[in-house]
Design a protein around this ligand. Structure first.
Ligand SMILES: [Zn+2]
Ligand SMILES: [Zn+2]
Length: 257
């Protein structure tokens, strides 16, 4: 399975894009920096999208993916919790902000087909086995465990705070993409907003090891550009503590799982 990081930050500039991973060229995980990262031909290859939650930095480019038409028009499946799809439909696809792409060019063959998922209900998406698993963010959110045809598995957590023990009991991936949004000194605020700091990530990973007996390859993302350097040094200190390398995602990183 090929995983390509299209957006590794929670800041958008000329050199940083919003959260988005691309799996085997056909499945987008979140839609932060999706269209701004891909040529039109590559956008047309994206057939499905998995949304972790409705926050704008994770859903924004789904409108542009739909608007950047294909010829002939094809349908992109959009998977997410019903709560997520409701908000996306209400605010991004209401026909006022822009077109309602769930009914355009026609109701029978729309550009976007919204497909609700439920936690722990496994589904098949473009030949991949996908399981949504609840995480602990400020709005209803799931991470996705994805297994490719060749057997490798990856967990994309999306945005989450602490309290992942139930999630850890459901998954045993080889690679995990997880957010680290705040510096250690911002812990109080991050706990309130339900995000992670390097110290909080260490605690969650130690809990993972206690439950599952190992720690997977971990790649941090959702990085704020403002204090990226400081965050990177806190993550290397955390790596020493865990005696493993906590990697930091960047736009253009490609891994094989
Ligand atoms: Zn969020
Ligand atoms: Zn976010």
């Amino acid at each position: 399975m090929k995983i390509e990081v299209l957006g590794a930050h929670n800041t958008e500039t000329d050199r940083a894009r919003l959260p988005c991973l691309l799996v085997d060229d056909v499945i987008a995980l979140d839609a932060g920096g999706l269209t701004s990262s891909l040529t039109l031909t590559r956008q047309q290859a994206v057939k499905s999208m998995l949304l972790t939650h409705h926050h704008f930095d994770h859903t924004r480019d789904l409108i542009m993916l739909a608007a950047n038409d294909t010829a002939p028009p094809s349908t992109v499946e959009v998977y997410g919790l019903s709560e997520t799809l409701e908000v996306v439909y209400l605010y991004l696809l209401d026909g006022k902000m822009y077109r309602d792409y769930t009914a355009w060019p026609s109701k029978e063959a729309p550009r976007l087909l919204l497909k609700p998922v439920a936690p722990l209900q496994q589904l098949m998406v473009q030949g991949h086995t996908v399981m949504p698993v609840s995480v602990s963010h400020s709005v209803p959110s799931v991470g996705f465990l994805i297994r490719g045809e060749s057997g490798g598995s990856v967990f994309y957590a999306g945005d989450t705070g602490v309290g992942l023990d139930e999630c850890w009991r459901q998954i045993a991936p080889e690679v995990m993409f997880i957010e680290v949004t705040g510096l250690n000194r911002m812990e109080e605020n991050m706990l309130r907003l339900r995000h992670l700091t390097p110290d909080l990530l260490v605690k969650e990973l130690l809990l993972f090891r206690q439950i599952r007996g190992y720690i997977p390859r971990v790649i941090a993302m959702h990085i704020p550009l403002n204090y990226e350097d400081e965050l990177r040094s806190e993550l290397s200190a955390a790596s020493k503590q865990l005696e493993m390398e906590l990697e930091v995602a960047y736009e253009g990183l490609v891994i094989e799982v």
